[in-house]
Design a protein around this ligand. Structure first.
Ligand code: ACO
Length: 320
């Protein structure tokens, strides 16, 4: 069966915006340092009444509205997150209940910043096998809850948010929808980016720990390699791409990866300045922003890509 088609997208951000200048009042940093090293100017931070599930539900509702379909036609929800509301059950089941579409399949995927790519590939595979006809694929995070707000090397980099995509099983037209996907993981790189807690180790939630420069180096190599793999697999050249929607970790990673592949900077969707790194939410959030502002149009050839803790990384080529 052909790849799943994107019927609609949606996103949600916490109400509260925190600027670099506000952060500089809490930790030893500055707007100049954060902007120059990362491109980040502000991030949205969840208030007490906003959780991964509430943001995910709002993004899912927006995606359903955009697709023009009712929640009860959704048979599968795959939610990527590293910051679930509870250790269990899956946050996807909370979203399912909130949307009123119980009875189908709902589960979470943990692949941190590349979680949305993993979730998209999982949903696409299940739709191709006929397990469901329509799916919601969601990336949602409240990373602010696992940041060490005294560690300036990590707390300035992340934000909260959610993005969602409605997928429908392909119709047999091989030139539409998800054309190709590649996923990778390398568990040997655990110590470069991880959370120092968890139910089975410390019985605490823990905090994000990262060796930034090493992550940066791996990110540029892994992302450009996986992009090339998907281009080769699908017989596509980089200049045929209309848009690249990258994981929004750092403007310098986005620039360096695009440069390595000869992709024009104006084809790269950038939201890191406004959203910071929202982990699994960043790709669907950026996709929704660029669809809603009219840049990404039906028929466009769009490459999604991400890398995160694990390491895990992947890319997916979609004809919108
Ligand atoms: N404000 C001011 N100074 C800071 C801050 C801060 N927030 N953080 C670190 N510094 C200081 C350091 O202490 C260091 O000072 P020193 O020279 O006196 O020791 C100096 O700035 C330089 O630090 P570096 O770590 O060398 O800075 P670098 O240019 O590598 O930038 C950064 C750090 C932004 C984290 C970069 O390495 C990066 O973006 N790495 C990728 C990490 C990332 O994006 N991770 C997200 C998850 S993974 C992913 O999504 C792909």
């Amino acid at each position: 069966m052909s790849g799943s088609r994107v019927l609609g997208t949606g996103s949600a951000l916490p109400r509260r915006i925190v600027t670099n200048a506000e952060l500089a009042e809490q930790v030893d940093t500055s707007d100049e340092w954060i902007t120059a090293r990362t491109g980040i100017r502000q991030r949205h931070i969840a208030s007490d009444d906003e959780t991964t599930a509430t943001l995910a539900t709002a993004a899912a509702r927006a995606a359903l509205e955009d697709a023009g379909i009712a929640a009860d036609s959704i048979g599968l929800i795959v939610l990527a997150t590293a910051t679930p509301d509870n250790t269990f059950p899956a946050t996807a089941t909370k979203v399912q209940a909130a949307l009123g579409c119980t009875g189908g399949i709902a589960f979470d995927v943990a692949a941190v910043c590349s979680g949305f790519l993993y979730a998209l590939a999982t949903a696409d595979s299940l739709l191709r096998t006929g397990m469901a006809k329509r799916a919601l694929v969601i990336g949602a995070e409240t990373f602010s809850r696992i940041l060490d707000w005294e560690d300036r090397t990590t707390c300035v980099l992340f934000g909260d948010g959610a993005g969602a995509v409605v997928l429908e099983a392909g119709t047999g037209d091989e030139t539409q929808g998800i054309l190709g996907t590649k996923l990778h993981a390398d568990g040997n790189q655990h110590d470069l980016l991880y959370v120092d807690g968890g139910p089975s180790t410390t019985q605490t939630v823990g905090h994000v720990r990262m060796r930034g420069q090493e992550v940066f180096r791996h990110a540029v190599v892994n992302l450009s390699d996986v992009l090339k793999e998907v281009l080769e697999d699908t017989g596509t050249s980089a200049d045929q791409l209309d848009w690249v929607v990258p994981h929004q970790a750092n403007a310098r990673i986005l620039d360096a990866t695009a440069r390595k592949l000869g992709i024009a900077p104006e084809k790269v969707i950038v939201t890191v300045d406004r959203h910071a790194n929202t982990s699994a939410a960043s790709v669907p959030l950026a996709l929704d922003v660029a669809r809603k502002d009219g840049r990404i149009k039906p028929g466009d050839l769009v490459m999604l890509e991400a890398m995160g803790g694990g390491f895990t990384w992947g890319a997916s080529l979609i004809r919108m």
